[in-house]
Design a binder for this molecule. Structure first.
Ligand code: HDE
Length: 713
């Protein structure tokens, strides 16, 4: 057991380790890479003031040479990402299941580095693409690094690693014209999806609100694969990992996502950075679903199939610890870009299952880091270094940063005293789980993976009415962008396997009919030699009517911490109204911003100057969670003179956000297109701040959705 003092020390150990690599140039002279002080970094060395540049100019050559090599290949998938440092702590030991120190020692604070990402887009693409989000966490444990490299959805598109290049090639920009960027709504993606029925489950998650999160801090995370936990006695249990955000799971609407992409394509990155910077540290609880080995074949689905989830109603999630992110990186490239996550970074007490997707990942990540980071010594980059010491007989290669001492680089040896020596399991040595195997070597897919429709249907059945409407809209948008009729037809047929009314509504939006049946060109994910009949998607089963935990309607509500509130003000705004509201909102840790007709300063009714956070010209309604307009005759007149304020409020109303106005600000609402809002629970006129706070805490007023869809913005 680590005592409390040691635990605090451990949590800052990674920070200390990174600090030894940090470079602070304050009060330092500019030098070359060799440490030579430089007297001019503005002019190259020339043969006379108007003459040619001289080859001998090593200052010019060094500067340009470094510049030429600044970029490394971006990640093939998950190129766009943002990350932060923090720690993990365990609430209670689960030693009956795992011997891992991180799961048994409650006195530890384990440093972590978490990176969130989109999948399809390039490094500079928008944060708000409809996409799966990566959720990768590196734990710097006392036994070495453990990486849990997951996503924000509990299932994956495909079942076998062999299909990954096909999936990614289909969703990425099309190879002839490199269009579209960070978007799944195009022919090649739907050509593939419609032929590969196993994709249907992850696909409907991507079409749901999960595909467009409000914040990276408001997403769940999942390890997806079934892993193993191994206890001291060597007994194995299957496990699924879950991250549950303290702020609940919340999303934006598609209309907002599209507009945010234009107004601030760094929306998620900025949100994460600012929350941490302001001391509002994002937090997730870690949960485990534990399944005894004996129960491996008890379910209607295969635990090794990554396109299936285990409903929480069938196996509850046991919360065992929490992760807090409390420090932004010092340098994006050195940390967020160079971090290398590897699903094969394991510690004793955790092990792999035979999930064929996971097995393929164990090869891919190390391989990809090599081409991305350029050297197999990437583990020596500060962000990737474990906290424990590393000793082995591996040597040399590009960018070796260590200076290994001694004559021996082989094992066994006597000349090096037999070191570095081997550790037994009792001494913390990693021992693979001894799984019994008696099988034929065979290139196939298990028939137990063939059920492709039951779980997408369970997901859809479990959604609230507003979530279902968003799914209908998303399918209609995405398929509406597909050019080829036969692809749309196949998709409509597939969607009809999820739910008849869903496919009818999508078909209506597309101006098409749902085909009654289609020829066999589905589920082409089988080899030429395989029995195609045997590999067709199986019958839809209903083993659970609904799984309420899958709906965002049942997430955590109430907190307004870090929510962005736009206060629309002009000169003369009522300071009494504003002061009271601001105090109430800030006491709940919301972020209050003044949006005015101009930049600079704005004057309140008490003749005090207030700094404007954004002029109406530079900001958009979609960047805020709620709107407040204090009274003040002159202020309201000033707002009414700029039509963009009207659009601002109309848009917030359309997106079902809370709006509060005081005194003569109601005059402003009357000019907007809200219709009769007297019974709208989230349009508050002259109400207590408490009511406004409650409305923001509900995230959105979805009861307004139908009416809001008619607002012409
Ligand atoms: Fe990945 N994946 N993946 N993936 N993945 C990569 O590795 C790959 C899969 C995930 O923030 C790459 O370092 C294969 C599932 C995340 O740096 C690459 C297969 C899940 C990240 C790769 C999968 C993920 C990656 C590209 C099918 C959720 C970003 C850059 C067998 C459980 C990590 C890199 C970060 C990144 C391969 C499937 C999550 C190419 C072959 C399933 C969060 O190696």
């Amino acid at each position: 057991m680590t005592n409390k003092k040691t635990s605090e020390k451990n949590s800052s150990k990674k920070e200390e380790q990174l600090k030894t690599f940090e470079k602070d140039s304050t009060k330092q002279p500019l030098t070359t890479r060799q440490g030579l002080k430089v007297n001019d970094t503005n002019n190259s060395l020339k043969a006379g003031p108007r003459g040619g540049t001289l080859l001998e100019d090593f200052l010019l050559r060094e500067k340009i040479h470094n510049f030429d090599h600044e970029r490394i290949p971006e990640r093939i998938v998950h190129a766009r990402g943002s990350a932060a440092h923090g720690y993990f702590e365990l609430f209670e030991s689960i030693e009956e299941y795992s011997k891992a120190g991180i799961f048994t020692d409650t006195s530890r604070k384990t440093p972590v580095f978490a990176r969130f990402s989109t999948v399809a887009g390039s490094k500079g693409s928008t944060d708000l693409a409809r996409d799966v989000r990566g959720f990768a966490v590196k734990f710097y444990t006392e036994e070495g690094n453990w990486d849990l490299v997951g996503n924000n959805m509990p299932v994956f598109f495909i079942q076998d690693a062999m299909k990954f290049p096909d999936l990614i090639h289909s969703v990425k920009p099309e190879p002839n014209n490199e269009i579209p960027q960070a978007a799944s709504a195009h022919d090649t993606f739907y050509d593939f999806v419609s032929l590969t029925t196993e994709t249907l489950h992850n696909h409907i998650w991507a079409m749901s609100d999960r595909g467009i999160p409000r914040s990276l801090r408001m997403m769940e995370g999942f390890g997806i694969h079934t892993f193993r936990l191994i206890n001291k006695e060597g007994k194995s249990h299957f496990v699924k990992f879950h991250w549950k955000p303290k702020l609940g799971v919340h999303s934006v609407t598609w209309d907002e996502a599209v507009k945010i992409s234009g107004a601030d394509s760094d929306f998620h990155r900025r949100d994460l950075w600012e929350a941490i910077d302001s001391g509002q540290f994002p937090e997730w609880e870690l949960g485990v679903q534990i399944i005894p080995e004996e129960d491996e074949h008890k379910y209607d689905f295969d635990l090794l199939d990554a396109t299936k989830l285990v409903p929480e109603e069938m196996v509850p999630v046991k919360i065992i610890g929490r992760m807090v992110l409390n420090r932004n990186p010092e340098n994006f490239f050195a940390e967020t870009e160079q971090v290398a996550f590897l699903p094969d970074n394991l510690v004793p007490g955790i092990d792999f299952s035979n999930d064929p997707l996971l097995q393929g990942r164990l090869f891919s990540y190390k391989d990809t880091q090599l081409s991305r980071l350029g050297s197999h010594n990437f583990h020596q980059i500060p962000i990737n270094r474990p906290l424990v010491e590393v000793h082995n007989n591996q040597r040399d290669g590009h960018m070796q940063m260590d200076i290994p001492k001694g004559r021996t680089a082989y094992f066994p040896n006597t000349l090096g005293g037999g070191c570095p020596y081997l550790s037994s399991g009792d001494d913390g040595g990693f021992e693979p789980y001894q799984e019994r195997i008696d099988a034929k070597k065979i290139r196939t897919r298990s028939p137990s993976f063939n059920d492709h429709f039951s779980q997408p249907a369970l997901f859809y059945r479990s959604l609230a009415h507003w979530e279902k409407q968003h799914v209908i809209d998303a399918y209609s948008f995405e398929l509406g962008k597909v050019y080829h009729e036969h692809i749309k037809e196949r998709m409509l047929w597939l969607i009809s396997q999820i739910d008849g009314s869903l496919s009818e509504k999508v078909a209506e939006n597309l101006g098409m009919e749902v085909p009654k049946d289609i020829e066999k060109p589905i589920n082409q994910a089988v080899g030429a030699d395989a029995n195609v009949e045997e590999h067709q998607p199986g019958e839809k089963k209903i083993y659970l009517e609904s799984s309420p935990k899958l709906s965002q309607d049942n997430t955590v509500f109430g907190s307004i911490a870090t929510r962005q509130i736009a206060c629309l003000v002009g000169d003369g705004f009522d300071m009494d109204d504003f002061g009271k509201m601001k105090k109430a909102l800030e006491s709940e840790n919301a972020v209050v911003k003044l949006v005015a007709p101009h930049g600079g300063m704005v004057m309140c009714s008490k003749d005090m100057k207030h700094k404007v956070d954004a002029s109406i010209m530079t900001t958009e309604s979609v960047l805020f969670d709620a709107i407040y307009i204090p009274g003040g005759e002159k202020s309201i007149d000033a707002l009414l003179k700029k039509s963009k304020f009207i659009k601002f409020v109309n848009e917030a109303f359309k997106h079902c956000k809370a709006i509060a106005v005081d005194n003569d600000a109601e005059r402003f609402l009357e000019q907007c297109s809200l219709g009769n809002y007297s019974d709208d629970k989230a349009v508050l006129v002259n109400n207590e701040p408490k009511k406004f706070i409650e409305a923001i805490g509900k995230h959105r007023n979805w009861d307004r959705m139908e009416k809001a869809s008619e607002i012409p913005v």
